[in-house]
Write a protein that binds this ligand. Structure first.
Ligand code: ATP
Ligand code: MG
Length: 721
């Protein structure tokens, strides 16, 4: 038995955690201290040394990327397949339970998972149906309310009717929403968790079965579990002492979605025999990066408090770039990537991290125009793009006629002359008769309730779906997808859309065929489900994580939230501006501001060797031009770990100017009025005016040959004479 492989690459504290006797444990430690490594090695130890069956292992984490990394690492360590272990995200595992026990969970066998976009559509339609004005009852707020209740484990029927009008209305809406979902066999993300919790709670035999099976339960990123996730874990480990959790209170970034840092305290109460182990050595980042991140997080109050150190040396200082605007920011980052790659670096070692999805576009455009391969994770999600959702909706409605959300999506896409009025009539009829939209449409046609034109158009749609079903019945998954995108008219529809956009949509549809081809169908794990259904579920659950071949050497783009747990040699953390990061909503709320700071800490600690921070002095955001201040987080970084980068222009600045930059206080330039200088193209001239600061600084020069010109100092190649 070779246990050196499991134990050798660990320090003493890690070893203690990995090889400790079977009991509950809490590993509480900062970023990059090896928590995930400990969790993986613990599982290997349990199997290799303690004789645990792979079958008895349950390990939960937050992203599919993290789960698949965990799986690979275990397989590498043990040289066995991890197939029989349950390793996945909370949502993924909850889904698996519900599939296995749909009946006991009171769900139809063929239930469909809907993502938050689909959920919002259902809610919008519902509000219309019950005549609630969506300016007073914004659909997003309703969605938020419903999900928050579910995250707390509260059903509509359990909401107290205290006489409060808002509460009362919301309760009614939540109730109708539950009805619709049940009728159409739709399950949203929060419902996956709640239903699977109730399944275990209400079925003693099932609970007993899984408690017996899962002798060892592990959770990564425990600080981000919410109430229902914790309750689920607690059921599975009730009366036992087998819950192994790792986490970092400083990386709790899902408070806004109901995550409860108190779960760490609850754990300590509920598992009184547990052992706490702290890890303090950071193995990920070089000294400057770690020091900068430590200082930022130190500005938060009420931390559990822990120190991190590294013996890897200072490394390079953290780079700071003040961009002129968001385009310049993208330009700078992509230029940095080019250099890295030219020097032999891998693109997949680089991440661009941003606060909000909308920021990815600038970088995507720049990367595209320089033909740099990249992958967007979690952001502009592949499976969430309209064209992809339309294609998937065809596939769904073919397989499940009662899927109302899909029916609505494609009934008139591509356009086939079915107007809003007809759709509204179908809806009303469906509601009155308690039918699915599909069934309502069939009935309306059969009972001749419609005008000939309407009946024809509608029958045409039903017939199209029927035809697609028949023609593809015997096909392999990817052939089916290919057939459907062609024969549904989607390809032709997007081909007609002018310009790059239509072209990109067609390419995406083609990529969907590739995704279907690459789809790894795990028959053993999901015995109850056909391949198409698995693929559709995968599309709903794993949005954005399967774009083409994962082994391509691509630059990684993602939000800070999806970067949790990952690491990259080179990280560009962009958009460090007040109002963007920290976000506008957090500026007046200390709790949220601290969560933003934790997010900043998460971002900075993803970097192993190089960390570059950027902000723009002007930015076009949501269609408006704004002039943000540099983020307060930049001011919290010790200046000795920072180095300002000037691109192209060889202008050196006095150190005081560099320091004050982060504070958004202007700077002293190098040029004076009346100074003589030389420009590579325009020749010699005299400075007339100086304006702006930082990357926006510009000078007006009277050139003897070409006359007066304004020049951006950051770009112009100027020499003083
Ligand atoms: P995060 O909080 O960001 O999730 P983490 O605590 O889970 O971080 P890991 O991802 O497990 O940290 O480890 C960070 C890096 O340090 C990884 O590259 C890991 O392989 C490496 N590492 C961890 N422990 C050791 C060790 N004892 N010796 C060498 N490298 C280590
Ligand atoms: Mg980790």
């Amino acid at each position: 038995m070779d246990i050196t492989k499991i134990i050798d690459p660990l320090n003493d504290a890690q070893r203690e955690a990995v090889s400790g006797p079977g009991r509950s444990m809490l590993i509480l430690a900062g970023a990059g201290s090896g928590k995930t490594r400990v969790l993986v090695h613990r599982i290997a130890w349990q199997i290799q040394v303690q004789g645990a069956l792979p079958h008895s292992i349950l390990a939960v984490t937050f992203t599919n990327k993290a789960a698949s990394e965990m799986r690979t690492r275990i397989e590498d360590l043990l040289q066995i397949s991890a197939r029989s272990m349950w390793i996945g995200t909370f949502h993924g595992l909850a889904h698996r339970l519900l599939r296995r026990h749909a009946k006991q969970a009171k769900l139809p066998e063929s239930f469909q998972v809907m993502d938050s976009d689909d959920q919002l559509r259902v809610i919008k339609r519902l509000l219309k149906d019950i005549n609630l004005d969506d300016s007073r009852w914004p659909p997003r707020q309703v969605q938020w309310f419903i999900n928050a209740q579910k995250d707390e484990g509260i059903r509509a029927s359990k909401i107290l009717d205290s006489g409060d009008f808002f509460q009362h209305q919301m309760k009614l809406v939540y109730q109708s929403y539950e009805d619709i979902c049940r009728r159409s066999g739709l399950v949203d993300f929060a419902e996956l968790l709640l239903s699977s919790y109730e399944l275990l709670r209400d079925n003693a035999d099932i609970l007993d079965f899984y408690q017996q099976r899962f002798q060892h339960v592990h959770v990564d990123e425990f600080q981000d579990t919410n109430t229902i996730q914790y309750a689920w874990l607690r059921l599975l480990t009730e009366g036992r002492d087998n819950l192994f959790v790792v986490g970092d209170d400083d990386q709790s970034i899902y408070g806004w979605r109901g995550a409860k840092i108190e779960n760490i305290h609850r754990f300590q109460r509920h598992y009184p025999n547990h052992k706490v182990i702290k890890l303090e050595q950071n193995y990920r980042s070089t000294g400057h990066i770690l020091k900068a991140a430590n200082q930022v997080i130190a500005c938060n109050e009420g931390r559990m408090g822990k120190e991190l150190w590294t013996d890897s040396g200072d490394g390079e200082p953290v780079s700071l770039y003040a961009a002129f605007n968001e385009q310049d920011e993208a330009y700078f980052v992509v230029e940095g990537i080019r250099k890295w790659v030219n020097e032999g670096g891998k693109r997949s070692d680089i991440a661009i991290l941003y606060r909000s999805n909308a920021q990815s576009r600038q970088f995507e455009e720049r990367l595209m125009s320089t033909r740099t391969p990249y992958r967007v994770y979690g952001g502009l999600r592949f499976f969430e793009r309209a064209e992809i959702k339309n294609a998937l909706a065809f596939l769904r409605i073919m397989a499940h006629h009662e899927d109302d959300a899909s029916f609505e999506r494609v009934i008139n896409t591509p356009t086939r002359g079915i107007g809003a009025k007809l759709i509204a009539d179908i809806r009303t009829f469906a509601r009155e008769q308690g039918l699915s939209l599909w069934h309502a449409a069939e009935t309306l046609i059969a009972e001749k309730h419609l005008s000939a034109r309407a009946a024809n158009a509608l029958a045409g749609f039903l017939e199209l779906i029927g035809q697609l079903e028949r023609q593809t019945a015997e096909m392999a998954l990817f052939e089916k997808v290919k057939y459907v995108i062609e024969h549904s008219g989607l390809i032709a529809f997007y081909n007609e859309e002018k310009g790059d956009k239509g072209e990109a949509r067609v390419e995406n549809l083609e990529e969907l065929v590739n995704a279907a081809r690459a789809f790894d169908y795990d028959r053993e794990a999901e015995e109850n489900l056909g391949e198409l259904d698995m693929f559709l579920t995968h599309a709903a659950l794993e949005a954005g994580e399967m774009q083409g071949d994962a082994f391509d050497d691509c630059v990684q783009l993602m939000t800070l939230h999806s970067a949790k747990g990952l690491e990259f040699k080179q990280v560009f953390l962009v958009g460090l501006e007040e109002g963007l990061f920290p976000s506008q909503q957090s500026l007046e709320d200390l709790g949220r501001l601290e969560e933003e700071r934790r997010l900043c800490y998460v971002g900075m600690t993803r970097a192993m060797e190089h960390l570059t921070l950027t902000y723009a002095e002007s930015r076009r955001l949501y269609g408006r031009e704004i002039y943000p201040n540099a983020s307060r987080f930049l001011r919290e970084i010790p200046p000795e770990t920072l180095q300002e980068v000037r691109m192209r222009a060889q202008i050196s600045r006095p150190l005081t100017a560099v320091k004050s930059r982060a504070g958004g206080l202007g700077s002293e330039g190098k040029y004076k009025l009346g100074q003589r200088l030389k420009h590579a193209k325009f020749g010699e001239g005299v400075v007339l005016q100086i304006e702006g600061s930082g990357a926006q600084e510009r000078v007006q020069v009277n050139f003897s040959e070409v006359g007066v010109k304004w020049l951006m100092l950051a770009y112009a190649k100027l020499e003083t004479l």
